[in-house]
Design a protein around this ligand. Structure first.
Ligand code: UD1
Ligand code: MG
Length: 499
């Protein structure tokens, strides 16, 4: 196992977000920026994550600890590693630069490993890229068994992730030996660069990996004699040159991978980039997406064969779609399992309680348009839920139908039950919720109220407009409305004339 520790810098202020929420806790694709970066560290099977906080440190640490507990500890069994990394915090007060930030992390790092430096506001660096960076750093010591390999980590190179960009403004420029182009000499920050150096288009992305033992001595000897009076992490490059430690670079092609979030506009730009990336990978799996620029996956969307997605739907939490599922336009679906052949029509809202307790839509069911499935809704095969029907905490067995304008709450509907237009379960007495049981093959007439707790016996019929307060026998017809009275030749009142 590679002895890798990941340091995530997140002490900066994020002024341009103009938000009370710390920048790294703003969400991208439904997950905090910091969550994406921590996920990368988890996927790399790092042994430790050291998070450097400063501005709003308490909130950032709390957010990080919560995500760690909820997302990474739970998902750890899926990864090859048995235990997730350890999460530790380092406080940087005040913030005197990126080099100063790493100084605060040093007490948490041990010298037998490699340290990878990431930023909490750069969320889309791909794990593959980081693996490439680490592999490149280790190439210098490739031979030998795993244990020998570990012992030689100090021989690994300082490796910088770089980008060639036509617009290098603001970035640190990579300085190379003019005679020996593969030889890196240093990084110069925008504010310290000469006009000639400003023309360099190869920039440092903010990501580097180095043997910890060297990083420690370099970072401890930094000074702040520069245009900004800051301790620059980037000055470690010239220290490595002085020490004769090999320096390598890995050039990245997709600028999105190293783009940081500083403003709402940049956050939105990365959101679209991430969504497009997700849409493309779904399409590669065979999912047919009407317009890849009009889909939002804020979580995990798992699709079987022949899934079709119309425009403008939002998927949250974990949603899984079975074979041949169609999702109509403008649906919002969170934490749901939609089984094979089901059809979710336009403007439907499906909201599972959590990843662990999703809404279930059975095979070949039809939901919507304008249907609402709330937490605890479990629909069997071939169930039909029509427009303006709300289902909450209820089970509908195979073939049950509620096609128009109905509320089904805390209920259990048997097979082939027909729940008529405008019928409702009155499940709440003002203090407690009660259960309604509707057995197989019951027909509930339109505009009926079933006052829970109540059971409608199998095969029974409830006459339209009835208010049922007592349980009924199997196969019975139950009606509670008044008998119809017709007055012949009835003359309607007329408006009185005059005053
Ligand atoms: C840094 C690099 C620059 C590189 C650029 C890429 C330095 C000196 N410069 O510049 O070469 O091209 O990133 O985006 O490293 N942070 C702290 N504590 C601090 C200062 C910063 O935790 O005292 C954190 C920030 O919250 C942020 C990250 O470090 O997550 C980078 O800081 P930032 O101020 O954006 O560095 P740049 O000036 O952009
Ligand atoms: Mg920056």
């Amino acid at each position: 196992m590679l002895p890798l520790d990941v340091v995530i810098m997140a002490a900066g202020k994020g002024t341009r977000m103009k938000s009370k929420t710390p920048k790294v806790l703003h969400t991208l694709g439904g997950r905090a920026l910091l969550g994406h970066v921590m996920q990368a560290a988890v996927s790399l099977t790092a042994r430790k994550i050291v998070l450097i906080t400063g501005h709003e440190a308490e909130l950032v640490q709390k957010g990080a600890a919560q995500m760690f507990e909820q997302e990474f500890k739970v998902s750890a069994p899926d990864t090859e590693r048995s235990a997730p990394p350890i999460l530790e915090f380092a406080l940087q007060m005040p913030q005197l630069g990126t080099g100063h930030a790493i100084q605060q992390a040093l007490p948490h790092l041990s010298d037998d490993g490699l340290t990878l430096v990431l930023s909490g506001d750069v969320p889309l660096t791909q794990v593959k890229t980081l693996q490439g960076l680490i592999a490149s750093s280790l190439q210098t010591i490739k031979q030998g068994s795993d244990t020998e390999f570990d012992q030689k980590v100090d021989k690994a190179a300082l490796t910088l992730l770089t980008l060639n960009t036509p617009n290098p403004f603001g970035y640190g420029r990579v300085l190379r030996d003019t005679k020996q182009q593969d030889k890196v000499l240093g990084i110069v920050e925008e504010k310290d660069a000469t006009p000639d150096q400003k023309c360099i288009t190869e920039v440092y992305t903010g990501v580097l990996v180095a043997p910890t033992v060297h990083l420690r001595s370099w970072v401890n000897s930094l000074d702040n004699k520069n245009a900004q009076g800051e301790y620059y992490l980037t000055d470690v490059v010239k220290k490595a040159v002085e020490a004769g430690i090999p320096i390598k670079t890995l050039s990245i092609h997709d600028a999105i991978e190293v783009m940081g979030v500083n403003s709402p506009a940049q956050l939105a730009e990365l959101e679209r980039a991430l969504q497009l990336f997700t849409a493309k990978s779904l399409m590669e799996q065979g999912v047919r997406i009407k317009d890849p620029s009009r889909i939002d996956v804020r979580g995990e969307l798992l699709c079987s064969e022949d899934v079709q997605l119309d425009v403008n739907s939002v998927f949250l939490g974990r949603v899984s779609l079975g074979r041949g599922v169609h999702i109509g336009p403008n649906c919002v679906i969170s934490n749901a399992v939609i089984e094979d052949g089901a059809l979710i029509e336009a403007y439907s809202h499906i909201e599972g309680g959590s990843v662990q307790s999703p809404v279930i839509v059975g095979a070949n069911a039809r939901v919507g348009p304008f249907a609402r499935l709330r937490p605890g809704a479990v629909l069997g095969a071939e169930v039909h839920i029509g427009n303006f029907v709300e289902i909450k905490n209820s089970t509908l067995a195979d073939g049950a139908k509620a096609n128009h304008l109905a509320y089904v709450g805390d209920a259990q509907l048997g097979e082939r039950v027909n729940f008529g237009a405008g019928a409702i379960t009155a499940n709440y007495d003002g203090a407690n919720k009660h259960k309604t049981v509707i057995e197989h093959d019951v027909h509930v007439g339109s505009n009926s109220v079933l006052v829970a707790p109540v059971t409608i016996g199998a095969g029974g019929t409830v006459g339209a407009g009835s208010t049922i307060t007592k349980s009924t026998e199997a196969n019975a017809l139950s009606i509670t409305r008044a008998k119809q009275l017709s007055v012949q030749n009835w003359i309607r009142p007329v408006k009185s004339s005059g005053k």
